[in-house]
Design a protein around this ligand. Structure first.
Ligand code: GDD
Ligand code: MN
Length: 402
């Protein structure tokens, strides 16, 4: 397969030779798959067409989440003529990012390209990605939003908006025009220790860029919608993205994010609180009783979101016990909150007239108490936090790599 001398083939390489041989380092192409039997042959042929011409030694490594759709038979057939193999992940939750990490671990070569199976990512752009990688970058993104790149013309305005908003949300984390892309080239030797990675769902490139503090370059691509098989993107993945993003914000901006998240969650709970408080009064419930009752749906909402988002990396405790602790801490907050409300509306003229203002101030005070107790008690940290694990490149298996 290999047509071009490897870097170690000649003891005395001049500069041009070095550059060329660097460029032609062997390549593992990692493709996560779930029910992509229909796309695998065209993908393998497309890669062969591009890479045979370039002379780069390559392998296509499909990491499949036990699709049971005949992919294995198709790959066995293809493997007679092309460097294709498929590994099946079993007994673990189905997850695109984890499949890619498994691929990175199992790849024959250090130089990697990650792409989708459905031909959304044009194999013809691989050489451009590798060229950029050779120019001193750690990770090169096949970018739909760099000048010259584009998304599929058939995308609905809703999909365009969705993708744009997701991209903008990630901008504070990384200097990259398309951090959501699933098409990228990198080198295993510059990647962070897999122990320090905590991806969730689709955005493995974002995870690597942020936690690895990698030097990133955008290379434009034209993204094409799949023609065969179905997308696996769904609402669950969208929620996973929000959770993943909050983890990365927490990692990057630390405690500030925690406070911000807690505040945002509190804000959303506050809206539920207000809605219930007003609705109950509208139904004829006395305002102090309404104040008391509206607390319960709001507190449960807050507990659930803080568990899933704000403190998602903290020690996971049984739901019921943690909910009780959160309720206890919130009752403390409620004591400050309702106590404050009662004191303010009974003793201060302006608040007696402006009950909603008293409501807001007392919620703020109660929230502060809540945050402190939640942070230190309800969602307390692991004893040995995985977050503090040091980055140590090179801990992927490199046996057999070039
Ligand atoms: N192993 C494994 N496990 N593979 C999966 C899983 C999974 O749970 N879910 C999806 N895949 C594979 C698919 O088989 C496909 O090869 C690739 O991951 C992308 O999945 P699609 O279902 O085609 O996703 P998409 O087109 O909506 O999303 C792509 O474009 C997005 C940008 O619009 C991906 O590249 C995303 O990463 C990207 O953000
Ligand atoms: Mn797709």
């Amino acid at each position: 397969m290999r047509k071009v001398p490897r870097p170690d083939a000649s003891p005395a390489l001049d500069r041009d030779d070095c550059e060329r041989s660097h460029r032609y380092q062997a390549l593992s192409i990692i493709v996560p798959t779930f029910r992509e039997a229909a796309n695998i042959p065209a993908l393998a042929e497309g890669l062969h067409a591009v890479l045979a011409e370039s002379g780069i030694e390559w392998e296509l490594l499909l990491v499949d989440d036990n699709s049971n759709d005949g992919s294995q038979g198709i790959v066995a057939e293809l493997a007679r003529r092309l460097p294709v193999r498929l590994v099946v992940r079993r007994g673990q939750p189905r997850d695109l990012s984890l499949a890619v990490l498994e691929g990175i671990r199992l790849a024959r070569f250090d130089r990697l390209v990650v792409m989708d199976a459905d031909l959304s990512h044009p194999p013809e752009r691989i050489i451009a990605l590798l060229d950029a990688l050779d120019n001193g970058y750690d990770l090169v993104i096949g970018s739909r939003y760099a000048p010259g790149g584009r998304v599929d013309r058939r995308w609905s305005p809703w999909r365009v908006l969705n993708s744009r908003v997701a991209t903008i949300l990630a901008w504070p984390l990384v200097r990259c025009a398309d951090p959501m892309s699933g098409f990228f080239a990198t080198d295993r030797r510059v990647l962070p220790d897999p122990q320090t990675l905590h991806p969730l769902g689709y955005k493995i490139a974002l995870e690597l860029m942020v936690r690895g503090q990698l030097r990133v370059k955008d290379v434009p691509i034209e993204f094409r919608d799949r023609t065969l098989g179905a997308s696996k993107m769904n609402w669950r993945q969208q929620l996973n993205f929000i959770r993943h993003l909050s983890r990365l914000y927490l990692y990057q901006f630390g405690g500030v994010t925690c406070v911000l998240c807690f505040g945002l969650v509190g804000g959303s709970g506050f809206m539920i609180d207000v809605a219930c408080y007003l609705s109950l009064q509208w139904m004829g419930v006395e305002h102090r009783v309404a104040r008391f009752l509206s607390f319960w749906p709001a507190v449960s909402w807050n507990w659930w979101l803080n568990r899933g988002i704000t403190f998602s990396k903290r020690r996971q405790q049984p739901h019921a016990r943690q909910w009780l602790k959160f309720v206890a801490s919130s009752l403390l907050g409620l004591g400050v909150n309702v106590g404050g409300y009662t004191v303010l509306t009974s003793l201060v003229d302006v608040f007696a007239r402006q009950r909603l203002l008293a409501f807001v101030c007392s919620v703020g005070l109660g929230g502060l108490v809540n945050f402190l107790v939640a942070n230190l008690y309800v969602y307390r940290r692991h004893t040995a936090s995985t977050q503090s694990a040091e980055r140590s490149p090179g801990s992927y298996s490199t046996s057999g790599s070039s």
